[in-house]
Design a protein. Structure first.
Length: 267
């Protein structure tokens, strides 16, 4: 049940209302005026529910699940489990389907770690792409690999002479960055999130960064032969790997300390 009686996704004309006392269901039905939560449509029943349905059909001619639960509630045999703020919505028609889709897609954009570019440019575009991708048999790992290949292509353009190649490489790198957000979004939408998928995406991201930095370094070096450019480029590539490695080790260290009640973490 959902105890948030002000849930904006609730259709008060259609929702099944529930009156509970603790975890015990006292009454259930669409016409209740005295209620304190809503039925979310998920029931866990034993085979005894069939005999209760037969009894309800004989007494009132009502074969709905709510009627059976009401009979169990009268007998003190129906309990409620709270969803504790988790998202749910009753989808009965195209209008509620659109509302549910919009709500889920909006939740994908709520990532506190996103920077300004990701929040205001990449994320709105990647969500629109993900909305289309979920209707196809495409896995998150395939999206990660495609994003990586786009980055490699961008790096190849960066390494070419001329400003046109540099410009095209920039557009391709930005496109790769947008697509890179789709793998996680599709994984969440399809319930395919996994530790391996997160690792696979992170590894490809680091190699993509290295290729892009190398392409930029080579472009600058070809334009003006200077050993300092090579030094700065290689330091940037090493730094891109070390940043991820250091952050991972730091998080592991702080996670262990926090679990033992020591230390603190900022951010």
């Amino acid at each position: 049940v959902d105890r948030n009686t002000r849930n904006s996704f609730i259709d008060m004309e259609d929702v099944t209302r529930v009156k509970t006392n603790g975890d015990k269901i006292l009454n259930i039905g669409k016409g209740l005026t005295d209620f304190n939560c809503f039925d979310t449509g998920i029931f866990k029943c034993t085979p005894a529910i069939f005999s209760v349905l037969e009894c309800s059909a004989k007494q009132d001619g009502d074969t709905t699940l709510s009627a059976a639960v009401q009979m169990l509630a009268v007998a003190g045999k129906a309990k409620a489990v709270e969803i504790n703020g988790h998202f749910w919505i009753d989808v009965d028609d195209p209008e509620t389907f659109s509302r549910a889709e919009k709500a889920i897609l909006t939740s994908l954009q709520d990532k506190p770690n996103d920077g300004p570019v990701s929040r205001y440019i990449n994320r709105p575009l990647s969500v629109r792409i993900s909305r289309r991708l979920v209707n196809h048999r495409i896995t998150p790992n395939q999206i990660s690999l495609f994003s990586f290949l786009c980055s490699v292509l961008a790096a190849g353009l960066f390494s070419c002479d001329g400003y046109l190649a540099l410009l095209l490489g920039g557009f391709m790198a930005q496109f790769a960055s947008i697509v890179d957000g789709c793998d996680g979004e599709v994984a969440r939408l399809k319930y395919q999130s996994s530790p391996y998928g997160g690792w696979f995406d992170a590894v490809l991201d680091r190699y993509a960064d290295a290729f892009l930095l190398f392409g930029l370094m080579w472009h600058a070096y070809a334009d003006r032969t200077d050993g300092l450019i090579l030094l700065i480029g290689f330091l940037a590539i090493i730094g891109s790997f070390m940043l991820s490695y250091t952050a991972d080790k730091y998080d592991s260290l702080m996670r262990d300390r926090i679990s033992r009640g020591r230390g603190w973490r900022m951010g």
